[in-house]
Write a protein that binds this ligand. Structure first.
Ligand SMILES: Nc1ncnc2c1ncn2[C@@H]1O[C@H](COP(=O)(O)OP(=O)(O)OP(=O)(O)O)[C@@H](O)[C@H]1O
Ligand SMILES: [Mg+2]
Length: 266
C-alpha cells in the first residue's frame, strides 16, 4: 500500500513547489506519472525514494505511507525500494567492471550466498535477454544496454516498490515494450507496486492502472487510467502530447504483430 496525503514540498534553493499531492495505490497496482518538463515528476519520486530529504533539502509536509510505514521510517535499501533513472550512467556502482558483477553487487550487499547470487543474476540476464552482455565491461556498453543493466540491477533485489523515471529515453520501442511487460508481470504476479514516469501516453495507457498528471507542481488529474482515456480531450490543456494515443498507433502495432507473428511477451 502506498498512500500520499496532501504532500507539499519546496526546495531550499529555488522557487519550485509541489502542492497538495494526494493518491493511494494498493499492492499489485501500477501508477503512471505524466506532466510537462519541470512539472515535478522527478521531485515526487525523489521524495518517495528518500533522495529528498536525505540528499536534497527542502520543506516537506503531508503524510506518506509506504507499506504502512511512515516515509521517515523507510530505508530504501532494507524496504527494497528501487529507483531507476533516465540517465543510467549515474546509477552504475562505479566499482564493478563486468555486467555480471554489477548486477550481483546489490545481492552481495544483502549478504546472499554465492550460489544464490549466481542463480538470480543468470535468471534476470535471461529474462531481460541480455545474457550476451554478461562478461562485458559496463563502461563499454551503449546507452540502451547500460539502461537494461540498471533495470536488471534494480529488479534483481525483487523490489517491493519499483519506480522508473523515463527509462525509455535510451531504449528502442520494442525493448521498452518488452521491459514494461516484464515489470508489469513482476508487479501483478508478486503483488508489488510500480510507478512509471513516461512521456509516451501510449505506454501509460497500456501499462498502468492509475494515472497522475502534474502541471507546474499541481495535481491536475489523479484517477484510474481508464478514466483518463475517457478524459483524453483534456490532455493538451494539461500539457501532455496526445499524439501517440491516436487509434492509428494501436492499428499500426496490430499490423506489425500480425506480420511478425505473436510476440512472445504480449
Ligand atoms: N535540487 C533542486 N533545487 C532546486 N530546484 C530544483 C532542484 N531540482 C529540480 N528543481 C526544480 O524543480 C522543478 C521540477 O523539476 P523536476 O525535475 O521534478 O521536473 P520533471 O517533471 O521531472 O521534468 P522533466 O520532464 O524535465 O524530467 C524544476 O523547475 C526544477 O528546476
Ligand atoms: Mg524528470
Amino acid at each position: 500500500m502506498l498512500e500520499i496525503k496532501n504532500l507539499n514540498f519546496k526546495y531550499s534553493k529555488g522557487e519550485f513547489t509541489l502542492v497538495g499531492i494526494s493518491l493511494s495505490l494498493k499492492k499489485g497496482e501500477i501508477l503512471g506519472v505524466m506532466g510537462p518538463s519541470g512539472s515535478g515528476k522527478t521531485t515526487l519520486v525523489y521524495i518517495l525514494s528518500g533522495i529528498i530529504p536525505s540528499f536534497i533539502k527542502g520543506d516537506l509536509s503531508g503524510e506518506i505511507k509506504i507499506f504502512n510505514k511512515r516515509i521517515s521510517e523507510i530505508s530504501p535499501f532494507k524496504d527494497k525500494i528501487t529507483l531507476i533513472m533516465q540517465n543510467p550512467y549515474t546509477q552504475l556502482s562505479g566499482i564493478k567492471s563486468t555486467v555480471f558483477e554489477e548486477i550481483a553487487f546489490p545481492l552481495e550487499n544483502k549478504g546472499l550466498e554465492k550460489e544464490k547470487i549466481i542463480q538470480k543474476v543468470n535468471e534476470i540476464l535471461k529474462k531481460l535477454e541480455i545474457e550476451h552482455l554478461k562478461n562485458k565491461n559496463v563502461f563499454e556498453l551503449s546507452g540502451g544496454e547500460t539502461q537494461k543493466v540498471t533495470i536488471a540491477t534494480g529488479l534483481v533485489i525483487e523490489p517491493e516498490l519499483i519506480i522508473m523515471d523515463e527509462i525509455s529515453t535510451l531504449l528502442d520501442f520494442w525493448s521498452t515494450e518488452k521491459i514494461y511487460n516484464i515489470i508489469r508481470e513482476y508487479i501483478k504476479k508478486n503483488k508489488k507496486i510500480g510507478i512509471i514516469i513516461e512521456n509516451s501516453i501510449s505506454h501509460i495507457f497500456e501499462y498502468t492502472d492509475y494515472s497522475l498528471i502534474l502541471n507546474n507542481g499541481r495535481q491536475v488529474f489523479w484517477g484510474p487510467t481508464s478514466l483518463l482515456i475517457k478524459e483524453r480531450k483534456n490532455l493538451e490543456k494539461w500539457g501532455i502530447e496526445p499524439f501517440l494515443f491516436s487509434s492509428s498507433y494501436k492499428k499500426l502495432k496490430q499490423k506489425i504483430l500480425e506480420k511478425i507473428g505473436k510476440w512472445e511477451l504480449l
